[in-house]
Design a protein around this ligand. Structure first.
Ligand code: V47
Length: 364
């Protein structure tokens, strides 16, 4: 049967597989990216989104803290990272971090999201004391902290195994890992943009180790720079296989590349069409990842709203303060209020659901 609203004949066999609940192939992924029938691709992604979540759209009351931008990796796409001692390099002391938490003590925050660079000198005790100190001030808050890249770096510095590092962080209050640092798994792209960074195998292995220890993680893909459609699809396929094995990824977040102040500032970044298509294809290929998140800080609140009709079921949260994307030229606000998030969701015809990090419902 033909699905009304699908114009591109190449989408018809994919529609039949989606309707039958069958897994899509690498070739299907490439055909979806190559199709100019954006509304058709979105329609297919909505079939899956509605099967999984109905009209629900999730958000979280969260606070981001970027504790330091000092980083040994020097990735070409990053405007945030600095070498130690370079202009603009910063590192928050523990009292400064705790003051940021205390500033928001009266707000009903359920998650603090903590990400920084791979710092060459901070001792492991800094990270443990950070988690302990935040938990002492806000025991009820979930700490989603340190990407797989940071965890591998900490393990290296502390001369500990990744598992022991994660266990120590967990004992200090770590609740889950954010999805950053995956970039694009293609060796061709990484040789050119981030040769010093943790390898794709390393990233997947830290995430899977976390899953085995009972810590959920997210996953990301940085897109819209030099990667090809095939490289995007391969990235998604690798995540899907990893999820088949350990099952701990909660959400996938495609990250729209922002070029300003990076080593790729001659590029323009992805178009709105590319943003929506990437979100929709992610929903279709990652049949085993429960949530697809539009990070409004990178996409803008308006496109994030439209993405709720293209397979997305989560718009992240209040955020409050963000540096990584803003240093790369993002013109989005630093934060959105609960009421702005709920209005954005309602106007897309969805039901706002406030969630905690593990997608348990706080209020609907
Ligand atoms: O790892 C770096 C990316 C990531 C740029 O897990 C850039 O819920 C765009 O991972 N343009 C950090 N992106 C952010 C991140 C994240 C954000 C929101 C939610 C979650 C989650 C995770 O930002 C980095 C890197 O991949 N990044 N530079 C740039 N110029």
């Amino acid at each position: 049967m033909n699905l009304p609203g699908i114009q591109d004949p190449a989408l018809q066999p994919i529609y039949e597989r989606v309707a039958a609940g069958r897994r899509l192939s690498r070739e299907d992924g490439c055909a979806l990216f190559e199709s100019h029938d954006l509304l058709g691709v979105g329609r297919l992604a909505q079939m899956v989104r509605e099967r999984l979540h109905g009209r629900k759209a999730y958000y979280i009351y969260n606070q981001h803290i970027n504790y330091s931008n000092i980083c040994v990796n020097g990735c070409k796409f990053c405007a945030f990272g600095r070498q130690a001692g370079a202009a603009g390099a910063y590192e928050m002391s523990l009292p400064e971090i705790f003051a940021k938490v205390e500033e928001r003590q009266a707000e009903p925050i359920t998650e603090i999201h903590i990400v920084g660079g791979c710092h060459p000198d901070l001792p492991f005790s800094y990270y443990l004391d950070m988690l302990h100190g935040i938990k002492a001030r806000r025991p009820e808050v979930h700490l989603q902290a340190f990407t797989a890249v940071e965890v591998a770096h900490l393990a290296d510095k502390a001369e500990m195994s990744v598992a022991d590092t994660l266990l120590a962080l967990k004992a200090a209050g770590l609740g889950s890992l954010p999805g950053g640092g995956a970039e694009v798994f293609s060796p061709r792209v990484r040789t050119s943009l981030c040769p010093e960074k943790l390898s794709p195998e390393g990233w997947v292995s830290v995430a899977q180790e976390a899953h085995r220890l009972g810590l959920n993680t997210n996953a990301t893909m940085l897109y819209g720079h030099m990667e090809t459609v095939e490289e995007r699809v391969d990235h998604l396929m690798k995540l899907r296989s990893a999820q088949d094995e350990t099952g701990g990824f909660l959400a996938f977040i495609p990250l729209a590349f922002h070029p300003a102040n990076t080593g790729l500032s001659d590029l323009t970044g992805p178009s709105a069409i590319d943003d929506l298509k990437t979100l929709a294809v992610s929903r279709l290929l990652l049949d085993n990842v429960p949530h697809i998140k539009a990070f409004w800080v990178m996409l803008g609140p308006k496109l994030s709203q439209i993405s709720l009709c293209f397979g997305v079921d989560d718009v992240d949260g209040t955020v409050m303060e963000e540096r990584i994307t803003h240093m790369a030229g993002a013109e989005t606000p630093q934060g959105l209020t609960r009421s702005q998030l709920e209005t954005l969701i309602r106007e897309a015809g969805c039901e706002p659901v406030e969630r905690d990090t593990l997608y348990r419902v706080i209020a609907a």
